[in-house]
Design a protein around this ligand. Structure first.
Ligand code: NAP
Length: 254
């Protein structure tokens, strides 16, 4: 019974930014729970992730797109349905960060971060929403937010602004689509060991400060999100929508 509650068998997922880091781990977790998975990358292909999905016995396709391209989200939805037959779960994970004091942030860096982390996320939610509403079988959208959906951070103005906006967007869309069985939630990862946080891991002082503040006493690994993702993608979370779930080793509770 509990196994069935979390099973994704028969479902198809699209995961952006699945070439590495958190997105690759999410794609693998969804496949292990039974979903076929379209794995997206930008400059790096998601071929290695697709290999792992196949090893889990699931179907997959590698898709390539720049999420800053306004045409990319619609194309990704069409390509997923064309390759895997349907679409039930979308994980909006692709994201970038640029670190600099606010007074030094260039327009180009601001635009780059907001284009991928917010505009791209909205457009993919919209494309998925159109598809899921028309299909009439419900669905799941999971946006990857951040601790900076709750806090301000330092030297990451565009990132904090975009991730706070993702939390608001998640709640807004959940209200519009709940009656159609389309649940829209977000996961706010804590400090996870990926390329995105490489600069912090390398900085001895920041690394120590982070470890001292995380109640769990360690950096998170991308696989620490597996349970939350499967939960939010599965029937187990049918009555949960508009929620931003922190998976942070206790950081926000501190
Ligand atoms: P990562 O290791 O740097 O991976 C970023 C992913 O996003 C890659 O797959 C990359 O594709 C893709 N991507 C980058 N720019 C893109 C673009 N313009 N168009 C399409 N895809 C693009 O980062 P990560 O740590 O796994 O982060 C994944 C998500 O989690 C992000 O939204 C991030 O903000 C969020 N997050 C991370 C942490 C953390 O501690 N790591 C904490 C909170 C939230 P390519 O490989 O092709 O470049």
């Amino acid at each position: 019974m509990s196994h069935e509650l979390f099973s994704l068998e028969g479902r198809v997922a699209l995961v952006t930014g699945a070439s590495r880091g958190i997105g690759a781990a999410i794609a693998r977790a969804l496949a292990r729970a039974g979903a076929d998975v379209a794995a997206h990358g930008n400059v790096n292909s998601a071929d290695a992730t697709c290999e792992q999905i196949r090893s889990a016995g699931r179907e997959t396709v590698a898709l390539v797109a720049d999420m800053a391209d306004p045409a990319a989200p619609d194309r990704l939805v069409h390509q997923t349905v064309a390759a895997l037959g349907r679409l039930d779960i979308v994980v909006n994970n692709a994201g970038i960060i640029r670190r600099a004091p606010a007074v030094d942030v260039s327009d180009a860096d601001w635009d780059a971060v907001v284009s991928v982390n917010l505009h791209g996320v909205f457009r993919l939610c919209r494309a998925a929403g159109r598809h899921l509403l028309a299909a009439g079988q419900g669905g799941r959208i999971i946006n990857i937010a951040s601790l900076l959906s709750f806090q301000g951070g330092l030297n990451v103005a565009a990132y904090a602004a975009s991730k706070s906006a993702v939390a608001g967007l998640t709640k807004e869309l959940s209200n519009e689509w709940a009656a159609h069985g389309i649940n829209v939630n977000a996961i706010a990862p804590g400090y996870l060991r990926t390329d995105n946080t490489a600069a912090l891991q390398r900085d001895e002082m920041r690394n120590r400060q982070i470890l001292e503040r995380v109640p769990a006493g360690r950096w998170g690994e991308p696989s620490d999100l597996d349970g939350a993702v499967i939960f939010l993608a599965s029937r187990a979370s049918d009555y949960i929508t508009g929620h931003v779930l922190a998976v942070d080793g206790g950081w926000l509770a501190r």
